[in-house]
Design a protein around this ligand. Structure first.
Ligand SMILES: Cc1cc2nc3c(=O)[nH]c(=O)nc-3n(C[C@H](O)[C@H](O)[C@H](O)COP(=O)(O)O)c2cc1C
Length: 400
């Protein structure tokens, strides 16, 4: 089988060096990559680097190898075009259809999915001109990844940083796998909770659970790659932030509830994949609980935590909002799942079997998604990403 053909456009931002890592990931995972830098990009990383790492010739202008008509051919043959970093200037040219170098010509001739990963100073990103250009590109079907917040060129910090190249690669991989040119969750805002809450007993101890956050992160990554604006409420997870996703870190069930209630009013869909503790210690000891000679420890009294899924399902923040719950069951999985779907009042319930060595922390999952309409969608054992795609397919059906 032919290798998928990827065009990596690189424009003239300080983050151009990070595109070398993206290029490596793409070539090492079996993609044929043609790098098309702008002339400005070559001030940051030279043509020799792009050519040697990609194994392909590199030009910035339409005047090289004219007999091969590269200004048309490169775009026409691409399965994916990703521009990383995308400068304010390149976004503006793309939005207005300018074609004064090889990259902008390629963007006009490509009929495959196009991904832009903008990177620039916060002022440039927030400027109405840039925001309108981004909106135009999104309206036309391009996937424009929200920049990350963090250190920029020099000492500045703010929104405008290029997301981690590994995470941009994950977006590219998912977009290529779907093979559709229009991101179907474009214009949608989704909230995903992930990880496991921790309920403190004293300053050093907590009651927790085995959730790693991998399923919730897979849901967030997949939704972003399908064009959604994603708020990821992450309980105690150390996983890398997915590209373009707004991560809200939380610790306890009560904090998670507050974050969900804050984000839900703007959300078209809420997917509650976090493992939220049902109970928390009734009392919190301000100092570390000590062993006392000859005495048995005090029993721990628990109180119930709020039931966030039932609460947001009963009192929808928006009409038509789709709410998805997860049920981790150890036995009688489907029967318990059906009862839980009724009790919680959500639209979809992802039922999976968990155990000490099952699902938690694993890269794989298998589940049945139950719908209030009586539907049952079985997802075979496979990567958590596959389950995430099915969940978003079912959510997208309900949103439309
Ligand atoms: C040191 C330096 C860093 C720059 N970093 C960025 C950047 O991160 N993002 C951006 O949009 N422009 C940045 N610029 C400005 C662009 O290089 C400039 O707008 C250029 O015309 C972009 O051309 P291109 O879009 O054809 O690559 C930077 C310029 C310099 C000198």
């Amino acid at each position: 089988m032919d290798k998928p053909k990827v065009v990596l456009g690189v424009s003239g931002g300080i983050a151009a060096y990070k595109a070398c890592e993206l290029l490596r990931r793409l070539t090492e995972s079996g993609h044929e990559v043609r790098v098309v830098p702008t002339a400005s990009a070559l001030h940051f990383v030279g043509a020799a680097t792009w050519s040697a790492l990609s194994g392909n010739p590199v030009s910035t202008e339409v005047w090289d190898d004219v007999h091969e008509v590269p200004h048309v051919r490169i775009g026409q043959h691409a399965d994916l075009v990703v521009v990383a970093p995308a400068t304010a200037d390149t976004l503006a040219k793309a939005a207005h259809g300018l074609a004064d170098d090889l990259l902008t010509n390629t963007l006009l001739t490509a009929r495959c999915p196009v991904v832009f990963a903008p990177a620039m100073h916060t002022e440039m990103w927030e400027h109405p001109a840039t925001q309108e250009n981004v909106a135009t590109l999104r309206r036309r079907g391009a996937l424009v990844i929200e920049p990350a917040v963090g250190r920029l060129t020099g000492v500045d910090t703010g929104k405008g940083r290029l997301p981690d190249p590994g995470e941009i690669f994950e977006v590219c991989r998912r977009v290529l796998a779907r093979g559709v040119t229009e991101p179907d969750l474009r214009g949608r805002h989704v909230v995903v909770s992930a990880g496991g809450t921790r309920e403190p007993l004293d300053p050093v101890r907590f009651l927790g659970n085995r959730s790693s956050g991998k399923q919730g992160y897979a849901l967030a990554r997949t939704a972003a790659a399908r064009g959604a604006r994603v708020t990821l409420i992450a309980a105690n997870s150390t996983l890398p932030a997915p590209a373009g996703v707004d991560v809200v870190p939380v610790g306890t069930a009560v904090q998670l509830r507050e974050a969900v209630l804050r984000a839900a009013p703007e959300a078209d869909a809420v997917v509650m994949a976090a493992a939220v503790a049902d109970f928390r210690p009734a009392a919190y000891a301000a100092g570390k609980i000590k062993k006392k000679d000859g005495q048995e420890p005090e029993p721990i009294t628990l109180v119930r935590n709020p039931d966030i899924l039932a609460e947001i399902s009963a009192d929808r923040a928006r009409p038509g909002q789709v709410i998805v719950g997860f049920a981790a069951e150890t036995d009688d999985v489907l029967a318990n799942g059906r009862a839980k779907l009724k009790r919680k009042g959500c639209d979809l319930l992802v039922v999976n079997e968990v155990g000490e060595l099952k699902t938690f922390g694993s890269e794989e999952n298998e589940a049945v998604v139950l719908g209030t309409d009586g539907s049952e969608t079985a997802v075979a054992h496979g990567p958590k990403e596959a389950l995430a795609e099915t969940v978003w397919d079912l959510v997208a059906e309900r949103l439309s």
